[in-house]
Design a protein around this ligand. Structure first.
Ligand code: FES
Ligand SMILES: [Fe+2]
Length: 449
């Protein structure tokens, strides 16, 4: 099996080569990025007919546009004549798109609408109806978050999100929905895409150490984590992993900590709106509404709910990514509150944000050290909390302690499955079988008692 030398699921160990080697990266492009649902944008950024943004699916550009009937479509951003890039803009509103090279013009619906002096130039050997834009195989949105998938045989987005959708509903399905606050900040990081993906999926361990100085400036309840002086108290949160590698950690009650000096009324907002989440969903998810989440939706989309930063780690090679950072808020929040949330997000997790700079150094070095031929023959350890995973009857997925690496292991379990499977039929194992390999250490501990 391809993954055998790279990922040891049961023991929580990964080869360092996965952060560096060109061959593995190219295998990932086919087995991970071609096959999985990738985040494109949010519906709030394309609210009106004709609104469009140009999104990235690794190296493919996709024009995501709101159609006249209100639906969303995705077309690859190239002209079907001689293949020029069609739309050179990041976003806008248009009735259609006209190519800069010879002037072919396409409608919002992707159809080829006009070809300069078609009759004289082509005479009869040209069927205009066949030369519309190429559609992305699948495009869907979940509570306004738009994803696309290049593999027409992939499961639906809802199925792909799987158990994670149950958790996401806590804050993505609030009355009025979520709004993305303007275009993303874009920056380059010299890191493999999995370095930030695993950091966001479950690395609560680094908070007090990597971010010690930023946290000590912020103070308040998170000040206690600074410098890892003492282990964090039991039960401060939890971590979850799911079948398709998505995972998150939730730190109870401290959601808005990182923005509370710029948006002090956010605490009250959370308190005021928690009862309605409980009424709509349940008490458990209502509690997560005021928590601080770190999350990765596998493979390369991450967010911090509570801090309200939304991230895309778009690979541009085995050891480089383009980082997209959006700020988001509840649509029903007062405009002034949204404005301050926006600046708080970029102050902390924008390209020049305090926390982003702390993380950036570590993520780049975790990648770049593998330039060393011997260094990259080493392995990485994600054994924290091994044997402590719980299959909680009330919570989807597998649950572990807030400071653990169960989500890393869950992410790499699915990653390995993708690397080895030829199609979705090979990898879409049914039921809860996926939990068994992750819980092997737990089972062994139980048997030895
Ligand atoms: S390449 Fe676009 S019109 Fe020719
Ligand atoms: Fe961090």
């Amino acid at each position: 099996m391809y993954s055998e030398e790279l990922i040891d699921v049961e023991n929580g160990i990964q080869s360092k080569k996965i952060f560096w080697e060109e061959g593995i990266y190219h295998h990932e492009l086919e087995t991970v990025f071609y096959r999985c649902w990738l985040f494109l944008t949010h519906e709030s950024l394309v609210p009106e007919a004709g609104d469009f943004i140009v999104a990235k699916m690794v190296d493919d550009e996709v024009i995501v546009s709101r159609q006249k009937d209100g639906s969303i479509q995705g077309f690859y951003n190239y002209c079907t004549h001689r293949g020029n890039q069609l739309c050179p803009y990041e976003a806008g509103n248009a009735r259609g798109f006209q190519c800069n090279y010879h002037g072919w013009a396409f409608g919002l619906d992707g159809s080829l609408q006009s070809v300069p002096f078609k009759e004289q130039a082509y005479r009869k050997h040209f069927d205009q109806s066949k030369w519309g834009l190429k559609k992305v195989a699948k495009i869907e949105s979940y509570n306004g978050f738009i994803f696309a998938c290049a593999d027409g045989d992939a499961p639906s987005l809802r199925e792909y999100l799987g158990e994670m959708a149950w958790y996401l509903d806590a804050w993505t399905n609030v009355p009025g929905g979520i709004e993305f606050l303007g275009p993303p900040a874009r920056s380059i990081m010299r890191a493999n895409w999995k370095a930030p993906a695993e950091n966001f999926v479950g690395d609560a361990y680094h908070l007090g150490w990597t971010h010690a100085s930023a946290l000590s400036v912020i103070g308040g309840p998170v000040g206690g984590l600074v410098g890892n002086d003492e282990p964090p108290p039991e039960g401060i949160g939890l971590q979850v992993t799911t079948k398709h590698g998505h995972g998150f950690g939730c730190l109870w009650d401290l959601g808005p900590t990182l923005m509370s000096d710029t948006v002090p009324e956010i605490w009250q907002w959370k308190q005021d709106h928690t009862p309605e989440i409980e009424e709509r969903l349940d008490a458990w998810r209502a509690r997560t509404y005021s928590g601080q989440w770190n999350c990765t939706l596998f493979p390369n989309c991450s967010f911090l709910y509570g801090t309200n930063a939304f991230k895309l780690w778009n690979p541009i090679g085995p050891n480089e990514i383009e980082v997209f950072t959006w700020a988001f808020a509840e649509k029903r929040m007062p405009e002034d509150m949204k404005k301050r949330i926006h600046s708080s997000v970029h102050r902390t997790f924008g390209p020049a944000g305090t926390f982003e700079s702390d993380d950036g150094d570590n993520l780049e070095y975790c990648t770049q050290v593998n330039r060393g031929q011997v260094t990259r023959t080493g392995v990485m350890n994600a054994q924290m909390g091994l044997g402590e995973e719980r299959d909680d009857p009330n919570l989807p997925g597998l649950v572990g302690d807030y400071i653990s690496e169960i989500s890393h292991r869950g992410m790499y379990r699915f990653y390995a499955e993708l690397l080895d499977g030829a199609t979705w039929d090979d990898i879409n194992i049914s039921g809860d079988l996926w939990k068994e390999s992750l819980m092997k250490a737990t089972r062994q501990d139980q048997e030895s008692v």
